[in-house]
Design a protein. Sequence first.
Length: 134
Amino acid sequence: MTIVDTNVLVDVLSDDPVWRDWSADKLDERGKLGALCVDDIIYAELASRIDNEATLHQLLDELGIRLERVPVSALFLAGHAFRRYRAGGGPRRSLLSDFFIGAHAEVAGLAILTRDVRRYRAYFPKVELIAPEP
């Protein structure tokens, strides 16, 4: 199963001129290998861009993406990863989103399809990342 990060879905939904093709191709490729999902955090990030809940569910259904809840053990891991980030000088204003998503992927043994690998690589090195080549 692959967690699809918000940036990849926004690329497709907004028809981004730079990233749409890459994101759509990777969604198709990963969908052929197994299930695609978003978690609570990605769902909430998408909700900020969609007018109503029914539309969001319809879009996810059309893309073949299901909602997977974040396990409690991943929430704990996210907090500890964020603590390491802060101890290393990371700004307090930074959002926890990447830490929740990365911890979810690590605890559940999931890959992440994303264009933004920086925090995932630094704090969740065990997680398989599907991302553009640097």
